[in-house]
Design a protein around this ligand. Sequence first.
Ligand code: HEM
Length: 154
Amino acid sequence: MEDFKAMVKLERVIKETMRLYPSVSGITRTLKEPLYLSKYTILPNTTMIVFPHMLHRDQNTYPNPKEFDPDRFLPEQCAERHPYAYLIFSAGPRNCIGRKFAMYQMKAALSTILRYMSVETLGTQQDIVISTKLILRADNLPSLKLNQLKTTEI
Ligand code: HEM
C-alpha cells in the first residue's frame, strides 16, 4: 500500500490517459425533479446523459485539451478545477465503488511492466481510433515495442 501511495507520477499519467480516454463515455441519470440549466427547464422523468469524453476535452477547463499533460493532475492544478470536471469514476452517491481498487490494479499492472521492460511507441496519438460500445473501445492503437531490461537496469 505504501508503494501504491508513492506512485504519484504514475497516478498522474493514468489520470491524464483516462481524461482523454474515459472507459465509461456516458453516464445516465433520470431526473426526479425539474432541472434549471441556464435558460432551459428540463422536466422530471427526462433521462440525462453526461459525456465525460466531451467534458474532459472542454477547452475552458483543460487548455489545449488534446495535449497529453499529466501535470494537469498536480494537486495545485486539481484544486482550481470544479470537482465534477473530471468524471472517470462518475460522481455523487452512485459513483464507482471500485475506484480505489481499480487505481491500485492499474498501478500494479503498469509498474510491474515498467520494472522489467522499456516501452517505446511506434506511432502517435493520431493512430488511436476509439469507438463507444457501451464502454470505450480501441479500434486501433499504435504498436508498442517492449524490450526486457537487463538485470543491472532493474
Ligand atoms: C478503471 C476501472 C473502472 C472504471 C473506469 C469504472 C467506472 C465506473 C463508473 C463511471 C461508474 C458509474 C456509472 C454511473 O454513474 O452510472 C461505475 C460504477 C460502479 N463501479 Fe466502476 N469502474 C472501474 C472499476 C471498477 C471495479 C474494479 C469495481 C469493483 C471491484 C467497480 C464497481 C462498480 C460498481 C459496483 C458500480 C455501481 C455503483 C452504484 O451504482 O452505486 N468498478 N464505475
